[in-house]
Design a protein around this ligand. Structure first.
Ligand SMILES: *Cc1c(COP(=O)(O)O)cnc(C)c1O
Length: 387
């Protein structure tokens, strides 16, 4: 058994990132400035989006996108129960009603055939989440959106570098929201980016992100700016700082290598764990895509074991292996159980996955020996608690 603890994820921060942050700190320009502009432009070009708006988080991006689209009281937004809470919480905080459509069993992405059933005259948008970095099936979603006149907002928090049929997520005719939280495929500490081809929406999100000040107001203390500014509407404080962008500038060029490394580890797990009946491994969608392998999330078939998923995770920890929970389904969380109850039989696949899913360690810095330790620990927990 390994002697040190292997966390489920840890970011790869090297000298370039550290030196760039130090440079920002010494420069006297810490908050939104030239480095945010550089990161915005580099990320925009990488994903192939006409417009990109850097923000303090993906949650901020979801919030502002919904507000900019005028979504509020009386509107319904269809999304997946297999996501981080913020996707659904932002819908609720805008005053709209989240409507959960079930997921597909293998990819755990939203099931497009279930989305159709949920569309009503009140539906304003669909928020697919590219679960674990694997693209949702976007063509049928775009067809539905066109048929019913609803918007597609991609929660692309897992999907920096993901491609769908040869196109990068961020370059499709929709709105894509990325996250740079430390666990995500690239990080800025905390951070997010809204990418879109819709210029009016980009303008509105830009205004809302920083007090509703008119464009380029961040320059008002610089030689090239004017200290005067105007408040165009009451806005939020969701801007990204230069010390965050300083990290991102050096993370982005590594993203493709990070993804290759993640794929190697995920495919090692797939090969090594395939014979275990007690696990249901993640599967690839049938269409052409690049999976960014943000997470590796097998389901534990608890009916074949004497322990539940939470105990399984505790047992892994006894072997010095960390794991994550992505995700307990939205309708299983306390607030949603109480305020937006959905019976399990209305979302059978998500309810099933919610009780069985866990995330095994997956990050670029881990070695194949680390991955071997994970496999060994998973196998010994299964041996010990097999029925
Ligand atoms: C991480 C995450 C978010 C929120 O991202 P933040 O940048 O932490 O706000 C939203 N949705 C999904 C699916 C996520 O994984």
């Amino acid at each position: 058994m390994r002697t040190t603890f292997l966390p489920f994820s840890t970011p790869t921060i090297e000298d370039a990132e550290i030196n760039e942050v130090v440079d920002s700190l010494k420069s006297g320009w810490i908050t939104t400035g030239p480095k945010v502009k550089r990161f915005e432009e580099a990320f925009r070009a990488y994903v192939g989006a006409p417009f990109a708006i850097p923000l303090s988080s993906a949650t901020a991006g979801l919030h502002l996108t919904l507000l900019a689209l005028g979504i509020g009281e009386g509107d319904e937004i269809i999304t997946t129960p297999m996501t981080f809470a913020s996707t659904v919480s932002m819908i609720v905080l805008c005053g709209a009603t989240p409507v959960l459509a079930d997921i597909e069993p293998g990819t755990l992405n939203i099931d497009v055939s279930k989305v159709r059933d949920k569309i009503t005259p009140r539906t304003k948008a669909i928020i697919p989440v590219h679960f674990a970095g694997q693209s949702c099936d976007m063509d049928p979603l775009f067809s539905l959106a066109a048929e019913f006149g609803v918007k597609i907002i991609e929660d692309a928090a897992h999907a920096a570098g993901t491609e769908y049929k040869g196109k990068r997520i961020g370059s499709l005719k929709s709105i894509s929201i990325f996250s740079f939280h430390p666990n995500k495929n690239i990080t800025t500490g905390e951070g997010g980016m809204v990418c879109t081809a819709d210029e009016a929406l980009a303008e509105e999100v830009s205004l809302l992100k920083f007090h509703g000040m008119n464009r380029e107001a961040w320059k008002r203390f610089a030689a090239s700016g004017s200290p005067n500014y105007d408040i165009m509407l009451p806005g939020f404080k969701y801007n990204m700082m230069d010390i965050q962008a300083a990290i991102g500038i050096h993370q982005l060029p590594k993203l493709d290598n990070f993804i290759d490394r993640r794929r190697d580890i995920a495919e090692f797990y797939n090969r090594e764990l395939v014979d275990l009946d007690e696990l249901a491994l993640p599967t690839y969608a049938p269409y052409r895509q690049r999976h960014a392998w943000h997470l590796y999330t097998p389901l534990v078939r608890i009916e074949q074991l004497t322990i539940d998923r939470d105990r399984f995770m505790e047992e892994l920890k006894k072997h010095n292996i960390g794991s994550g929970l992505h995700y307990k389904a939205i309708h299983h969380h306390a607030w949603y159980r109480k305020n937006k109850p959905v019976p399990d039989n209305a979302l059978p696949i998500a309810s099933y996955a919610s009780e069985r899913i866990l995330s095994l360690p997956l990050f670029p810095k881990m070695t194949m020996d680390d991955a071997g330790d994970v496999v060994e620990a998973v196998k010994s927990v299964i041996m010990e608690f097999r029925r």
